[in-house]
Design a protein around this ligand. Structure first.
Ligand SMILES: Cc1cc2nc3c(=O)[nH]c(=O)nc-3n(C[C@H](O)[C@H](O)[C@H](O)COP(=O)(O)OP(=O)(O)OC[C@H]3O[C@@H](n4cnc5c(N)ncnc54)[C@H](O)[C@@H]3O)c2cc1C
Length: 317
């Protein structure tokens, strides 16, 4: 049989890296992290705008860090540097360009399937997040404007008329950032931005007061149309308007197909697990955003990693 890792972690986001490093610090050796992208932390690289402020208490959720990893407020860049550093300083193998298809429990170990081969491990932690599939609207995006409708800020230009859809922290940060160089409106189905953290609530209130961002609140979108290559947005209780670009920032979805193909049960749209984040399959854990209905935070993921590391170490690996 090929090499048996003590611990394999699927996904090199904050929760995966924390699980690996906290386990290492507790004495576990022979740990591998499998990451489908070309580098760790693809959610941060893809969805965070450059120079984004990174809040430890994201979405206003105050989190006391329980493990040994000391994480503080910073920026996108300082956060990526921080994860680079903790990976470099601990002997954890990171294998990139490695998308895991599913996991099967064998007799006392796990077989992890990737294209054309498999890897064996005694314990497995799934930390693949929810942003692999960002939430999409339930109406159709017309073919002719597909390249004008996006879920990240990639390809945004200057001097465009842009509609940001969503009312959480990400939508607010996108709208404020874009408003420096574009004409921006933000459309949210609720009347207020109460879900956002206090800093973002204050920033969006200021931007609206100074007419830098147009608020379209308490309004749903019924459909999109192709208006000669621009996006015509049909609102529920307001006249339609035409935009150069529409950006959705409405969170991500549970990777149900992955969970089902690995035999992990779901309950209320999340993988079911006990207080140690162990799933219905003994030795197979879930951590981070994947365990949260509407997304978690970096600090929450770090704590999940620590809890799992402690539990695995107590099992005397
Ligand atoms: C725009 C935006 C702004 C945010 N701002 C903040 C903030 O300021 N502060 C904060 O604390 N939180 C913030 N968050 C939330 C934070 O990014 C997440 O809570 C955190 O990234 C979750 O970590 P995770 O490790 O659970 O998942 P992720 O970070 O999503 O990592 C999952 C990793 O798994 C990999 N993966 C997926 N499928 C597979 C597979 N099949 N095989 C192998 N690898 C796979 C992915 O490529 C990815 O690298 C923000 C989120 C967004 C979208």
């Amino acid at each position: 049989m090929s090499h048996m890792y003590n611990l394999a972690i699927i996904g090199a986001g904050p929760s995966g890296i924390a699980t690996a490093v906290e386990s290492y610090l507790l004495g576990v050796r022979d740990i591998i992290i499998l990451e489908k992208d070309q580098n760790h932390n693809s959610t941060i690289r893809k969805y965070y705008k450059d120079n984004k402020r990174v809040d430890k208490d994201w979405k206003g959720q105050k989190v006391e860090l329980e493990g040994k990893i000391y994480f503080v407020d910073g920026t996108k860049e300082s956060t990526l540097d921080f994860f680079d550093e903790i990976l470099n300083n601990h002997s954890v193998e990171l294998r990139t360009h490695t998308e895991v298809q599913n996991i099967k429990k064998r007799d006392g170990y796990f077989e992890i399937f990737i294209a054309g081969e498999s890897i064996n491990a005694k314990y497995v932690v799934v930390t693949i997040g929810r942003m692999g599939k960002p939430n999409k609207p339930d109406y159709k995006i017309p073919q002719g404007v597909k390249d004008k409708v996006a879920f990240t800020l990639d390809n945004c230009g200057i001097g465009e008329k842009i509609l940001v859809v969503g009312g959480g922290d990400s939508a607010i940060e996108y709208a404020i950032d874009l408003s420096a160089k574009n004409e921006v409106a933000i459309c949210y189905r609720r009347e207020t931005f109460r879900r956002a953290n206090p800093t973002n609530q204050r920033d969006i209130a200021n931007a609206i007061m100074h007419k830098e961002v147009e608020p379209i609140l308490g309004v749903d979108i019924n459909s999109l149309e192709d208006e000669n290559g621009r996006v015509k947005v049909i609102f529920s209780e307001r006249e339609a308007d035409i935009y150069d670009r529409v950006i959705y920032a409405i969170g991500g979805t549970t990777p149900s197909a992955f969970l089902a193909s690995s035999g992990i049960k779901e309950e209320d749209g999340k993988p079911s697990h006990d207080e140690n984040y162990e799933t219905n399959i003994e030795g197979l854990f879930v951590a981070g955003d994947i365990t949260q209905e509407s997304g978690g935070s970096i600090a929450l993921g770090l704590n999940h990693g620590y809890a799992i590391a402690k539990h695995i170490q107590e099992k005397k690996l």
